[in-house]
Design a binder for this molecule. Sequence first.
Ligand SMILES: C[S@@+](CC[C@H](N)C(=O)[O-])C[C@H]1O[C@@H](n2cnc3c(N)ncnc32)[C@H](O)[C@@H]1O
Length: 85
Amino acid sequence: MDDARDRPEEGRVASANLREAASTGVAAIVAGDAAVYLRARKDPFDFVFLDAEKEDYAAYLDVVVPLLSPGGVLVADNLLSHERT
Ligand SMILES: C[S@@+](CC[C@H](N)C(=O)[O-])C[C@H]1O[C@@H](n2cnc3c(N)ncnc32)[C@H](O)[C@@H]1O
């Protein structure tokens, strides 16, 4: 079974990369409830990587899509690997 908890080194590398990107102004790290943050946000996104609980994706789409700038890109992780059978 593929489980990210079995690959802690990948998580550490990803976290370090995100911290580095944030320190150079390419990304911002926001702690807290993503749904609350997104509902309050007014500034558009150029790029969104959605990797949330799969049952919440429809709700996130409702708030994220209106926040995409023209030509903005939304990438969603693992939609098909968690589909209901
Ligand atoms: C599918 S996992 C993605 C994990 C991520 N790729 C990583 O490496 O940490 C979804 C993550 O979103 C978090 N999460 C779920 N609901 C959230 C919310 N409302 N606000 C912020 N994080 C949330 C969960 O705790 C979980 O760590």
